[in-house]
Ligand binder design. Structure first.
Ligand SMILES: [Zn+2]
Length: 324
């Protein structure tokens, strides 16, 4: 029970404090890749903690033994003791339901999110087959439309789509910068992290950490794609391309070069933010690693303390028939 309480306190603190801490100072715009990892690890840590709370209620701590047969018998004894009392059985039932419900809800919504994206892209590709004209020199498919737009369809049959409106308004260098932005999305599979974070936000819409993690990831993948594009393109040229494409609508299944974050991206391209610095990067990375380790520590600490406890009556385990 103590493990469940520790994990509950940790999960509550994380859900309450993490969104504010991760947003403080706008540091993620200076290190978008680390920012994405930090938000995702915070969300993952909360998910794991919630499932482990249930696990800690179901499984009582047992004496750790190198002898698997003895360990198994000790587990059976401890479980029998816990489930023999009405309170213990009820706590175990609540724990089992909690762990299964959290994991099943998350798995279902992430699967729905991925399946929806796959279906949307397949339909979009079918339309492109009918109306698009492949342009090998651009590595893209050109669609006849007055609206200036550049976007990509991730996945194994990846595509970059450019409208004739964009070809008219962008010069060669601006177009190359916009295409580099799209290739960054495709190469780094930003669609997968968005499907994951979007699935969690859909699964638990009242948990602010999950909804903020998704919103921030949507924003940060754009900043990251800009940074990658800026290695091969001039930053001001990319900013000019963004201004031209800013008003374009991106299809639901695609990732675009314009979009709602365009204003912040243009500012950041014109006046580059200073990098995060080695010390702050190291401290933040340590914090991210702690997000993964803390839920497991919360479960392991009382289990380790319990290693010195004897749950079974003296001689019971030794007297039990050897199951070999
Ligand atoms: Zn983009």
């Amino acid at each position: 029970m103590s493990a469940a309480l520790i994990l509950f306190a940790y999960a509550g603190l994380l859900a309450f404090a993490a969104p504010g801490l991760l947003s403080r100072g706008g540091w993620t715009a200076r290190a978008p890749r680390l920012g994405i990892i930090a938000w995702q690890m915070a969300a993952f840590s909360l998910l794991v903690s919630a499932a482990l709370i249930g696990f800690a209620l179901v499984v009582p701590t047992v004496q750790v033994s190198a002898d698997l047969a003895n360990l198994f018998r000790a587990c059976v004894m401890a479980l029998r003791d816990q489930y023999a009392t009405p309170g213990g059985a009820a706590a175990a039932a609540v724990g089992a339901v909690l762990a299964l419900a959290v994991l099943a809800r998350a798995a279902w919504c992430v699967t729905v999110s991925l399946a929806g994206a796959l279906h949307g892209r397949a339909r979009h590709r079918d339309v492109l087959t009918l109306v698009g004209v492949p342009a090998a020199h651009l590595g893209a498919v050109v669609v006849d439309s007055d609206e200036p737009a550049v976007h990509c369809l991730p996945g194994r049959r990846r595509r970059i789509v450019v409208t004739t409106g964009a070809l008219r308004l962008l010069d060669d260098r601006q177009l190359a910068a916009a295409l580099a932005h799209e290739r960054a999305h495709l190469d780094q599979r930003h669609d997968l992290v968005l499907a994951w974070s979007g699935g969690l936000a859909r699964a638990f819409p009242r948990v602010r950490l999950f909804t903020r993690a998704h919103a921030e990831t949507v924003r940060l993948v754009e900043l990251l794609a800009d940074d990658v594009a800026a290695r091969s393109a001039d930053r001001l040229t990319l900013a000019e391309a963004l201004l031209t494409l800013a008003g374009s609508r991106t299809p639901a299944a695609a990732l675009g070069a314009g979009g709602s974050t365009a204003a912040e991206r243009v500012r950041r391209l014109i006046t580059p933010y200073p990098p995060l610095g080695h010390l702050r990067t190291a401290l933040t990375s340590t914090g991210v690693a702690a997000l993964l380790a803390l839920p497991l520590l919360g479960l392991a600490t009382p289990m380790a303390a319990a290693a010195h406890l004897h749950y079974c009556p003296p001689g019971t385990v030794a007297a039990a028939p050897t199951a070999r």
